[in-house]
Each structure stands twice: as C-alpha cells, then as structure tokens.
Design a protein around this ligand. Structure first.
Ligand code: IMP
Ligand code: MG
Length: 374
C-alpha cells in the first residue's frame, strides 16, 4: 500500500493541496489522513471551526477535527507508527476558535509545541458567535461565528492571534507557538520538507465561485494557499480534488439533480450524512459532473479521489448529471471493478465525462478503505 501511494505522491520536498470539488464533506479529512505519512507538515489555510473533518480509524474510533489539520491524528497515542515529528500549522487565512483548537489538540494527543498558529489569524469572539446565530439563518450558516469574524477582518477592526494576551493564551492553549507561519513554511520547503495543505469547505461554497449568497466567507480553492498562506502557486506540486459519488449539502442553496425522496433517505442513512459540525441532516442529490468539472478547473487539480462509492451499492440504478442530460448507470453490488462490471462502467463513465482519471476510490468509511487505481 505504502509503495503504491508513493508511486503517485512524490512528496519529498513537495507541496500538496487537498481541496473539495462539491459543497463540503466529500472526505478531505480522510484523504489527508491517508496521505499524511508521506508529508512532514500539515497545514490549514482557510475556513475555521465551521469545518468538520472526520477520520475513522481501522478499529472504528471516530475522530472529528475542526481546527487542526487531519495529519495531526498520526501524532496521536493510539497510532502504531506514531509520528511525533509532525508540525501542525494554522497558516495565515485560517480563522481561529481557541477553545475548539484546544479540544482538537486533546483529541489528537499532538504535542502542543508542534502546533504553530500565525499571529495574523483572526480570532472568533463571543460577539461573533452571537451575531452569526442572529443573522446566519438565511444562508444556513454553521453558527460558529466565522462570517462575522471575517467581516471584522475586512473592516480591519478584528482581534487577531497576535493580540491575545500571553496569560489568556497560556491558560487556553498552553505550549502552542504563535508566529509567522509563512516564513516557517517557506524555510521548511527550502530545506526539503514536504507540506500538505488541507482545504476547508469546498468550491461550491467559495465566496467568489460558489452559489452566492449560499456560501461561506472564505476562499476555498488552491489559490488561497498562495494568497492566504503565502506559498506561491509555482511551489505547489500536487493538487488533490475530492468528490463524492453523489452530492450532499448542509445549509441552504441550490443542488442538482434531486434524488427521489426514498433514495435520498436511504443514502443519508447509509452514508451517515449528518453534519459533523452541527449534526444537521445533509441534503443528498445525484452526482453533478458540471460542479466537479468546475472545481477541477479552478483548483488546478492534478489528482482525483472519489469517495463514498460504497454508499450507492445495492441501488437499482444511479443517475449522473452532465450538461443538460442525465446519464443512467446500472446499479452495482461490489465496489470492485474486476468483480462487478457495472461498477467498472460507472467509474469509467465518470472519468470519461470528467475527461480525467480517478486515482483513488473510497470504498468504505475506515482509514484503510481506499483503493489506489493504477
Ligand atoms: P458558514 O461557513 O458557517 O458561514 O456557513 C455558510 C455555509 O457553508 C452554510 O451552508 C454551511 O452549512 C456551509 N458550510 C460551512 N462549512 C462547511 C463544511 O465544512 N462542510 C459543509 N458545509 C459547510
Ligand atoms: Mg465536513
């Protein structure tokens, strides 16, 4: 397995980015966790605790992270090959909720000294949270205060990490280092270290390219690695695009094509499609190729990972929307191309419509349930 991953991830001294191609919850966390052993540093560069990145270990332990990059899980005490050398970076552009960060540090067991937060990161206040709860209803925000905090940053009146008093920081996130993460990342890459940037939210929720006004308050594409974290585009080597074999959305906003109600209920149940940050049921629809294609284009995607194909197993037929038509595929019983011809036709059909190879397929919820395609 390790060898196979290395054949597509050439990470020594490399910079990788994981981005989402639909409306969030495609499984960025689990892909980041899977790729983590190939990298030295994990970094977030956008969004905040509105994100919920889930990793299910092989013993079925579920870890949901909201602030720390999912690479941090590999530093934890439960890991067989514990990697204590990791640095977890909240780069410039990440909006910080200090309490949530502390909980993530506890959940992963990472040494807080390995956590670096940029001094320029905006910090969410109680006021931001209250305002979001009052005003976020139309968009259906997560209510975590992210939008109002971003607003203050734009008004240039916001509180930032560097403004937090030493004693306040010490009591809440003791040991965590605050500084210039751009400088740190730049030097690390120059020294040959590899960095995996973990995007939050998705292109369909991007403030510019998403379905405005039903969007989040930050930029969610690869471009934000450059504009936020300050690592230029020509230092980025690999861009992973993650999408689900169907579509989900939590919060308001358009999503096509709709599934019949009973199939939607079934998919929600089998796929456990409930928000990992808010617990809200996610709306489910069939795969929309046009959405995914747009995400591939904007992100400069070099590799594709399709997740949750196992959730569709056992359905009689599967619909995929492309341009103005709907393609219907025969249902499959096995998520294995050599075992089930319909699965092979489904994967091949999607690749043809996207005009791009799918490099990895998620075939189950656990860490090991990823298949690398040669
Ligand atoms: P906000 O990011 O809390 O302002 O919410 C704006 C919209 O983005 C709402 O529809 C949220 O449900 C959605 N959203 C924000 N973060 C995520 C995420 O990580 N996954 C899925 N949807 C999200
Ligand atoms: Mg999520």
């Amino acid at each position: 397995m390790e060898k196979k991953v290395k054949s597509i991830v050439k990470s020594k001294g490399k910079v990788g980015v994981v981005t989402s191609l639909q409306y969030g919850d495609e499984g960025k966390g689990r892909l980041v966790d899977y790729l983590a052993p190939q990298y030295d540093i994990g970094a977030r560069f956008n969004g905040s605790c509105n994100a919920g990145h889930t990793v299910i270990l092989n013993d079925n332990t579920k870890i949901v992270l909201h602030m720390l990059p999912a690479t941090s899980i590999r530093s934890g005490p439960k890991e067989k090959k514990r990697k204590t050398s990791y640095a977890a970076v909240l780069a410039c552009g990440t909006i910080v909720d200090i309490d949530v960060l502390r909980k993530d540090i506890e959940a992963t067991g990472i040494d807080p000294k390995k956590v670096l937060v940029d001094e320029r990161c905006p910090v969410i206040t109680d006021e931001d949270r209250e305002e979001d709860k009052k005003t976020g209803g139309k968009v259906g925000t997560t209510g975590k205060g992210v939008g109002p905090c971003m607003e203050r940053q734009m008004k240039r009146t916001g509180k930032r990490m560097g403004d937090i008093k030493e004693n306040e920081r010490k009591s809440a996130i003791s040991g965590v280092r605050i500084g210039d993460t751009r400088e740190y990342l730049w030097q690390s890459i120059k020294e040959g270290k590899s960095v995996l940037f973990e995007g939050a939210q998705a292109i369909g929720l991007d403030i510019w390219h998403g379905t405005y006004p039903y969007v989040t308050s930050s930029c969610c594409s690869t471009g934000a690695v450059s504009s936020n974290a300050g690592i230029p585009w020509n230092m980025i080597d690999e861009v992973w695009g993650v999408f689900k074999a169907y579509t989900t959305r939590v919060g308001n906003g358009p999503m096509k094509p709709e599934m019949p109600y009973d199939i939607e209920e079934y998919v929600r149940k089998v796929g456990n499609e409930f928000g990992s940050t808010t617990g809200r049921p996610r709306r489910c629809a069939w795969l929309n190729i046009d959405d995914v294609k747009k995400g591939i284009e904007i992100n400069g995607t070099t590799h594709l990972c399709m997740t949750k194909s196992d959730v569709l197993r056992g359905l009689e037929s599967i619909v995929v929307k492309v341009e103005d038509r709907e393609e219907v595929f025969g249902g499959f019983q096995e998520v294995d191309e050599s075992e089930d011809r319909n699965f092979m036709l489904f994967i091949g059909g999607i690749e043809e419509m996207l005009g791009k190879k799918i490099d990895m397929i998620g075939i189950g919820p656990r860490r090991q349930d990823i298949k690398i395609r040669s």
